[in-house]
Design a protein around this ligand. Structure first.
Ligand SMILES: Cc1cc2nc3c(=O)[nH]c(=O)nc-3n(C[C@H](O)[C@H](O)[C@H](O)COP(=O)(O)O)c2cc1C
Length: 202
């Protein structure tokens, strides 16, 4: 069965990245018979802490009860990631990067021995065979033009996902939202149209 992992990271009730990412996941599900959506609101994830960073360096059977509890959510997030064949990520461009809640998800799923491993030839990603769609909402325009160099979100996501073995990443920009209502409407329309195209081709 196909599993679509939907990750939303905006704390905003009116979030455009959440709206369009949710819409895209729903459309993909409708195209793939028998597929299921696993949804994670990343805004509720706690930051990683001292206990967590100690626990992930130990084998599971060497962890204290407290350490085991500290990695429980991380283990669930890793299993969801490994089980998914399609991942839809919604995020805003926040101070030129991703929402911190999405960064926290990355900190939880980048686990040596589970989603990547070190070899004699360097690190190898273990979360292979997945396609990722990133819905990125932003006030300015960062897909091209003078501000593109300040888009740290997409290069970062491609780097870290690539490190985990995920190389198929497409970004759906919902951009120029701060350039007035007309520009915003156009940007939302274009992103929804791209979501429709992606789903039809799936
Ligand atoms: C704290 C904060 C920082 C932001 N930083 C940027 C930025 O660096 N560049 C930009 O174009 N827009 C920036 N924005 C605008 C957001 O990208 C925009 O509101 C987007 O719609 C947020 O995504 P969301 O609608 O999914 O919450 C920022 C917004 C907030 C609240």
């Amino acid at each position: 069965m196909s599993s679509i992992l939907l990750l939303t990271s905006s704390p905003r009730a009116e979030s455009l990245s959440t709206t369009i990412a949710t819409d895209l996941a729903g459309k993909l599900q409708a195209q793939k018979a028998g597929s299921a959506i696993v949804r994670r609101d990343l805004t509720v994830l706690p930051h990683i802490d001292d206990l967590f960073t100690a626990a992930i360096r130990k084998p599971a059977d060497a962890r204290s009860a407290e350490e085991a509890a500290a990695v429980k959510t991380s283990d669930e997030l890793v299993n969801e990631l490994l089980a998914a064949d399609t991942i839809v990520i919604g995020t805003g461009l926040i101070n030129f990067n991703i929402y911190s809640s999405l960064k926290t998800w990355i900190d939880n799923v980048a686990r040596a021995g589970l989603t990547f491993k070190y070899t004699e030839n360097g690190p190898v990603g273990l979360a292979t065979g997945k396609k990722v769609y990133v819905v990125l909402a932003s006030g300015g325009v960062y897909s091209q033009g003078p501000a593109a160099a300040m888009n740290h979100a997409v290069p970062y996501l491609k780097s870290v996902l690539g490190f985990l073995g995920i190389t198929e990443v497409e970004t759906i920009y919902v951009e120029g939202l701060a350039y007035g209502p007309e520009a915003a409407e156009k940007a939302i329309g274009a992103a929804k149209a791209r979501a429709e195209e992606i789903a039809l081709a799936a």
